[in-house]
Design a binder for this molecule. Structure first.
Ligand SMILES: [Fe+2]
Length: 508
C-alpha cells in the first residue's frame, strides 16, 4: 500500500495527484477559515488575514487583567495557518498558510507565550527559496514543480493534539508532524506503519476512555479511507482500509462505547473537472438530490455494521456522541442546509444580510435508531454556532453540556462564547463585542474540583483578535457561567491571525 501515497510511484499523474491532495486540504480549509471568511466583513477580515509572522515568537510574559485560577496549570497549544514574514508572495486565502504553533503556559499565576512555525517539507523548501512556490489547493504558481506526494504540500496547520507522550501538529491530507512540547521545534513526520508512510492522518482524532486514539484519513484519489486505532502509548494497534466512494471533505467523525460514526457528505471531487484544469473548489460537485450517508462501524473489527441516511445537508464538526444499550446513537453536530459555504467561499463578503445566509450552521441533534434507516434530526437551540468542544467524559455517559462560538449574523464574525445545555437547549452566552474575531474556545477541567452529578467542573478558554487594537487576547471564563464574563484576560502585545484548533495539556 506504500505506493499509494507516493505520487511518482503511482500510475496516477503527479499533477492529478496534487490536485487531489489539494482537494483534501480544502476540506480543512473551508471548515475553518472558510467559515470565518465566508461570514466576515471584508475590512475586518482583511486586517486579520494580512498579519504575517516571523519563524518564531520568542517566549514572553504577557499582561493579565483579572486573576488567573490557581488551579489552571498546564499548556494550551494552538495551531493555525499563518502567512510568513519576509515573503513577497501571498495567498489570497489564509488557510493556505503554514501551521503556526502557539503555547500558552499557565502556572496558576502567570502565563508565558511563545510561537513557532512547523518546519514541514513545504516550509523548509520555501524558506530555502525565500518565497512561496509550492502549489496548493488555491494556487498554481507559474513554473512550480509538481508535488510528488501530499506531504510536500503538508502545512500541518489544523490541530495540535497530545497523545502517547507526543505532541502532534495535524493537517488533513498528509502525515502528522511531531513537535517538541517544550520549545515547539519540529521533530519528525510520523509513520504509523511501513505501509502507511505519507498516508493522510486527519486533524480531528478522538481519544477513547482507555486512552487510545481513533482517527481516519481520506484518500480521495483512490476513493478509500484508512481507519486508525493507536494505543495509549502511541503505537499503531490496528488499521483498516475502507472503500469510500462518492464523498469528499469528511472533516470530523464520532465514537461511542462500541462504534465509530462517519458522516459522508453528498459532495464529490470530480477527476474530469480536475483534468480540465478546474480549481480544487470547482472540481467539486454538490449533489442536491442525494442524502447524507452515515456509516456505523464496529470498533472491534472495523466492519461496517449499519448504514443510515439524513436528508441532503452538509456538516463539518460533530460535538459528541452516545450509544444506548439498544444501539440507538445520538450525536450533536453543526448542520448546514447545503454546501454553499464551500462554493460561496469567495463571494459571501459582498452579502449584507448574513441572517439569510444559506451557510448558517444550526446546532442539531441526530438520532440513529438501529432498525430505522432514516436518521432523525432536530435543532437544539436557535443560535448559529460552530467549533464545538466537550468536557472529557466517558463514552458510557451522555454529555450534558457543550461549548462553541456563536456568530453575529449581522457582521458575520464569531462574537459569542456559548455554553449549551444539550438536554434543554438553554444557552449561556458571553458577548465579546462586534469588533472581536473569536477563535475556538475549549473546556479545561479543574482537576482539583470534584465531579458533581457527572458534571466536570472547569473553565472555558479561548483566543480572540481585537481588530481595533490589533491584539490577540486569551480569556478565561467559568465554563458554567459564561455570562459573568472573563475571570482573566491575557493580552499579547501583537495581533495574530486567527487560528484553528488546539488542546490543553495539564501540568504533570
Ligand atoms: Fe475542524
Amino acid at each position: 500500500m506504500t505506493a499509494k501515497y507516493n505520487f511518482e510511484a503511482n500510475d496516477f499523474s503527479r499533477r492529478d495527484a496534487l490536485t487531489l491532495a489539494g482537494a483534501a486540504s480544502f476540506a480543512f480549509a473551508t471548515s475553518h477559515y472558510g467559515l470565518s471568511s465566508a461570514f466576515a466583513g471584508l475590512s475586518q477580515r482583511e486586517k486579520a488575514l494580512h498579519i504575517r509572522l516571523p519563524d518564531q515568537l520568542a517566549t514572553q510574559t504577557p499582561k493579565i487583567e483579572g486573576k488567573l485560577p490557581n488551579n489552571l496549570r498546564g499548556t494550551y497549544y494552538k495551531n493555525g495557518p499563518a502567512l510568513r514574514q519576509g515573503f513577497k508572495r501571498t495567498y489570497p486565502h489564509s488557510f493556505d498558510g503554514d501551521g503556526f504553533i502557539q503555547a500558552f503556559r499557565f502556572d496558576g499565576q502567570t502565563v508565558q507565550h511563545q510561537g513557532q512555525f512547523v518546519h514541514t517539507e513545504k516550509y523548509n523548501a520555501e524558506s530555502k527559496a525565500g518565497d512561496y512556490f509550492v502549489e496548493t489547493f488555491s494556487h498554481k504558481w507559474a513554473g512550480s514543480p509538481p508535488a510528488r506526494s501530499a506531504d510536500e504540500t503538508n502545512t500541518a496547520n489544523t490541530n495540535i493534539v497530545h497523545h502517547g507522550n507526543r505532541l502532534m501538529a495535524l493537517w488533513e491530507a498528509g502525515s502528522a508532524w511531531q513537535v517538541d512540547p517544550d520549545n515547539l521545534d519540529s521533530m519528525t513526520k510520523l509513520v504509523w506503519h511501513d505501509d502507511l508512510a505519507m498516508a493522510p492522518f486527519s486533524a480531528h482524532p478522538r481519544i477513547d476512555d482507555d486512552g487510545s486514539l481513533w482517527n481516519f484519513g481520506q484518500v480521495q484519489w483512490s476513493q478509500e479511507m484508512i481507519l486508525y486505532h493507536i494505543n495509549p502509548q502511541g503505537k499503531l494497534h490496528k488499521y483498516k482500509l475502507l472503500d469510500m466512494p462518492n464523498t469528499s471533505m469528511i472533516h470530523d467523525f464520532a465514537i461511542t462505547e462500541k462504534s465509530i460514526i462517519l458522516m459522508l457528505p453528498p459532495l464529490t471531487w470530480e477527476l474530469d473537472k480536475a483534468k480540465n484544469n478546474a480549481s480544487f473548489l470547482n472540481a467539486h460537485e454538490w449533489h442536491e438530490n442525494r442524502p447524507v450517508e452515515i456509516l456505523v462501524i464496529n470498533k472491534n473489527d472495523l466492519s461496517v455494521v449499519r448504514r443510515h441516511q439524513l436528508p441532503n445537508a452538509f456538516h463539518f464538526h460533530i460535538g459528541g456522541a452516545f450509544e444506548t444499550v439498544d444501539g440507538t446513537i445520538e450525536l450533536d453536530l453543526y448542520h448546514y442546509k447545503n454546501a454553499d459555504i464551500v462554493f460561496n467561499l469567495y463571494l459571501n463578503n459582498d452579502e449584507k444580510d448574513h441572517s439569510q445566509s444559506p451557510t448558517r450552521p444550526q446546532h442539531s441533534r441526530v438520532t440513529l435508531s438501529p432498525n430505522i434507516y432514516d436518521g432523525k434530526i432536530e435543532r437544539i437551540h436557535n443560535m448559529s454556532n460552530e467549533f464545538p468542544h466537550m468536557a472529557p467524559s466517558s463514552n458510557s455517559h451522555r454529555s450534558q453540556h457543550g461549548w462553541s462560538i456563536g456568530l453575529d449574523m449581522e457582521t458575520g464574525l464569531f462574537r459569542y462564547a456559548l455554553g449549551v445545555n444539550l438536554e434543554t437547549g438553554k444557552v449561556d452566552r458571553y458577548d465579546y463585542g462586534a469588533d472581536c474575531m473569536l477563535e475556538e474556545h475549549i473546556f479545561v477541567a479543574d482537576q482539583d474540583r470534584p465531579v458533581i452529578n457527572g458534571v466536570t467542573q472547569g473553565w472555558l478558554i479561548g483566543l480572540h483578535l481585537d481588530v481595533q487594537q490589533s491584539q490577540t487576547k486569551l480569556a478565561v471564563l467559568d465554563a458554567y457561567d459564561l455570562a459573568a464574563g472573563p475571570q482573566a484576560v491575557v493580552t499579547l502585545p501583537y495581533g495574530l491571525p486567527p487560528g484553528l484548533h488546539g488542546n490543553f495539556v495539564m501540568a504533570s
